[in-house]
Design a protein. Structure first.
Length: 314
């Protein structure tokens, strides 16, 4: 009897007002189709098997003296300590960072300039876009051997004809200038993809913003620096992270052009890992180098996203 009175008391509502309905969350109303699990779970398992399992095993091998086959012994952090004492490894990291900075800056400057030009009102715009994208579709090794011939034969002849001393000899055999062909090839192929990303960002800018700026008498440089560049900030961040990551992983260009020479002056970290780990009998040692390089890449990407992400919010 008391329970009925309590229920009646709670169910009463003021005159003329409908009774309150219980709020049901969207999560409780939503029914998840099990088909999504059948599609997502197998893909996640395959992804883990072919990525995370080898990654974890690679970390384990870095603490051993394995040569890639046969038995091995646990040696702890000896490989990592040896990396910091290895001058060849230190030079590879320094060389990789220097060319990565050069490649990243050049690609973003050139790509930004080209994308702004291609986004304007010019004739044959789609044709120019296709021309600039062609290098990205070519295999790096194949086109690298073509550029190797150019730097070995026609370019030195041109340097002799023009009387340019440093260009009269092949740049690929010069310890001082061998980095130039590597950077040139990386930039030549990397610009295309960055142009696409910047063009996608420019398409999101409302034309009315430019019309209002034109009424206020804003010149071309002010329009780019004060309007266009801030509005495509997220695309600039994405491009910066991707180009830096690709530049730090420069490998095919080195294999095709210099093979790490002359005198190991153009060895990048990825090339050194491949050369020493797979052909030099340093499997565990270079695996430790790969783990260290992964940590460095993760830190650089985090710093880039953190710094430029904060600039976008401002």
């Amino acid at each position: 009897m008391l329970a009925n009175d309590i229920d009646t008391h709670h169910s009463r509502t003021p005159a003329g007002k409908p009774p309150r309905k219980r709020r049901v969350s969207a999560f409780s109303r939503r029914k998840v189709d099990h088909a999504y699990y059948w599609m997502a779970v197998p893909a996640a398992v395959i992804f883990a098997v072919f990525l995370y399992v080898p990654f974890v095993r690679g970390i384990m091998y870095s603490f051993t003296n394995s040569q890639g086959y046969g038995s091995c012994n646990w040696i702890g952090f000896q490989n990592y300590f040896a990396l910091f004492r290895d001058e060849r490894v230190g030079h590879a990291y320094l060389f990789t960072f220097l060319i990565a900075i050069a490649i990243t800056v050049l690609i973003n400057v050139i790509a930004l300039f080209l994308s702004v030009a291609l986004n304007g009102k010019i004739a044959c715009k789609n044709g120019f876009r296709a021309i600039y994208f062609i290098p990205y579709t070519l295999a790096v090794l194949v086109i690298g051997y073509v550029f190797k011939y150019i730097f070995m034969q026609p370019l030195p002849e041109l340097g002799k004809a023009l009387g340019i001393g440093w260009l009269s000899e092949s740049l690929l055999t010069s310890e001082r200038y061998a980095w130039i062909p590597i950077v040139f090839l990386a930039v030549w192929q990397g610009v295309a993809y960055s142009v696409l990303i910047y063009l996608a960002g420019l398409q999101t800018v409302d034309s009315e913003v430019y019309e209002a700026a034109a009424i206020d008498g804003v010149n071309a440089w002010q329009k780019f620096w004060k309007i266009t560049f801030p509005l495509i900030g997220p695309f600039f961040t994405i491009n910066l992270v991707l180009t830096m990551k690709n530049a730090l992983g420069t490998f095919d260009q080195v294999v095709a052009l210099t093979d790490g020479g002359p005198n190991s002056k153009t060895e990048t970290v990825t090339y050194l890992i491949w050369k020493g780990g797979l052909t030099g009998g340093e499997y565990a040692y270079q695996t430790a180098n790969a783990v260290l390089f992964f940590i460095v890449l993760a830190i650089i990407a985090f710093i880039q996203l953190k710094f430029f992400g904060s600039k976008e919010k401002v």
